[in-house]
Design a protein around this ligand. Structure first.
Ligand SMILES: CNc1ncnc2c1ncn2[C@@H]1O[C@H](COP(=O)(O)OP(=O)(O)OP(=O)(O)O)[C@@H](O)[C@H]1O
Length: 160
């Protein structure tokens, strides 16, 4: 069975010569309480890019267009102790949008300097790839979570 597909999109802006990323504490659902980027599940037949455009709008009220989304990779999450949580996430970064981020049912968006991303309040895998992606990199990685459903117990990179 293919894994359920989700997407995440990190909005980046420049402020005073520094780069900031838009995150928010997830109000409910998978990962409740963690700081996350904007994103969610793909609808049937929807591409990851189209889902990211839709989710960014639903969760923050800002409009991005598909051509401005920079694809930055694919993450596979395995939860052997809770198979329903296993999923695959397409990762995007976006620097152009219309509107001002506003609170939604999903999260209250906040800007963070890239040097102050709250990695200790995010999913455990984030510290292993997010700083690099926000600095311009890409990621292709598989993370396996343990029985506590929170700790990464194994990390795999694709064989070259
Ligand atoms: C396990 N380690 C993880 N580390 C970092 N980020 C993770 C994650 N696991 C899920 N994510 C992100 O969470 C969103 C999907 O979550 P999910 O609950 O399926 O979606 P959400 O409730 O927002 O869905 P809808 O808005 O209903 O579509 C999506 O952005 C996805 O990239």
């Amino acid at each position: 069975m293919p894994l359920p597909q989700v997407c995440v999109c990190y909005l980046l802006r420049e402020r005073g010569g520094r780069t900031e990323v838009l995150l928010g504490r997830k109000k409910h659902g998978l990962g409740e309480g963690y700081f996350v980027g904007l994103g969610g599940k793909l609808e049937p037949g929807e591409s990851a890019v189209d889902a990211a455009v839709r989710e960014v709008f639903e969760e923050s009220g800002v409009r991005v267009v598909a051509a401005d989304l920079e694809p930055r990779g694919l993450l596979t999450y395995h939860f052997p102790h809770r198979e329903a949580w296993s999923q695959e996430s397409s990762v995007f970064v976006c620097r152009t949008w219309i509107g001002e981020p506003a609170a939604s049912d999903e999260l209250d968006p906040e800007w963070f300097d890239l040097a102050a991303v709250p990695l200790d309040e995010m999913w455990d895998d984030a510290s292993r790839w997010l700083p690099d992606v926000l600095a311009g990199g890409s990621v292709r990685r598989t993370f396996v979570f343990g029985a506590d459903l929170a700790t990464v117990v194994e990390e795999r990179r694709p064989v070259a």
